[in-house]
Design a protein around this ligand. Structure first.
Ligand code: PGA
Length: 246
């Protein structure tokens, strides 16, 4: 399986900064990067970054999506709008959406279905909080998120869908899961997938304080198929170093 390195820019970058960052990535990448590469700028910069990425191997992704196609949903962005602006992928259920914006496994499921219907590849995020890990509930929490978030998808969903395991305690904290900790959860997720998606051949990314220093060790694990990178994706040099490690 080809690895996927995706940059989640979160609520960062003005238009000028977004164009510059995208240009830096494209210029540093060369024509045939070994892994697949995607960047997820904020909504306001999608069109500008799409222009920079046109004709390059870097895919455009969005950070969230609503499930309706159109209508009176002030502030929301539909899957069709994301396809229209050039997105191939969309992050769904990031822990920050769950924490600050009331995202639940049920809303994740509706968004995943809508994204797939529009032809987008959802990157579905799961992961436990520190309290849940300390209580020994990591696998139970992740299993619930996978079973409910990915319930009743079309039979071919596994071909496009991507999962990102992001322990909440590792996001933006500088505290990365060890390769062994991540591998344990990735392997567990893999065992669930035949029952949930009808196939285990689904990319499972790791996310949470991935840096150029720890990327190679994480990506060497057998069930880690790429990385979802936050902070270190905001500078072309560090994002490119992580891509080079894949
Ligand atoms: P981080 O973010 O790399 O800054 O920890 C990862 C993410 O939230 O996807």
């Amino acid at each position: 399986m080809k690895k996927l390195i995706a940059g989640n820019w979160k609520m960062h970058t003005t238009l000028a900064e977004a164009r510059e960052l995208a240009r830096g990535i494209v210029q540093g990448l060369g024509e045939a990067p070994r892994p697949e590469v995607a960047v997820a700028p904020p909504y306001t910069a999608l069109a500008a970054v799409a222009d920079v990425l046109a004709g390059t191997p870097v895919h455009l992704a969005a950070q969230d999506v609503f499930w309706e196609e159109k209508g009176a949903f002030t502030g929301a962005i539909s899957p069709l709008m994301l396809v229209d602006v050039g997105c191939r992928l969309v992050i769904v259920g990031h822990s920050e959406r769950r924490q600050h914006f009331g995202e639940t496994d049920a809303t994740v499921n509706r968004k995943v279905k809508a994204a797939l219907k529009a032809g987008l590849a959802p990157i579905v995020c799961v992961g436990e909080t520190l309290a849940q890990r300390e209580e020994g509930r990591t696998l139970a929490v992740v299993e619930r998120q996978i079973r409910e978030g990915l319930a009743e998808l079309p039979a071919d969903a596994g071909a496009r869908l991507v999962i990102a395991y992001e322990p909440v305690w590792a996001i933006g904290t500088g505290r990365t899961a060890t390769p062994a900790q991540a591998q344990e959860v990735h392997a567990f997720i893999r065992t669930l997938l035949p029952g949930v998606l009808g196939t285990a051949r689904v990319r499972i990314l790791y996310g949470g304080s991935v840096t150029p220093d720890n990327a190679a060790a994480l990506l060497a694990e057998p069930d880690i198929d790429g990385a979802l990178v936050g902070g270190a994706s905001l500078m072309a040099a560090s994002f490119l170093a992580i891509i080079a490690a894949a």
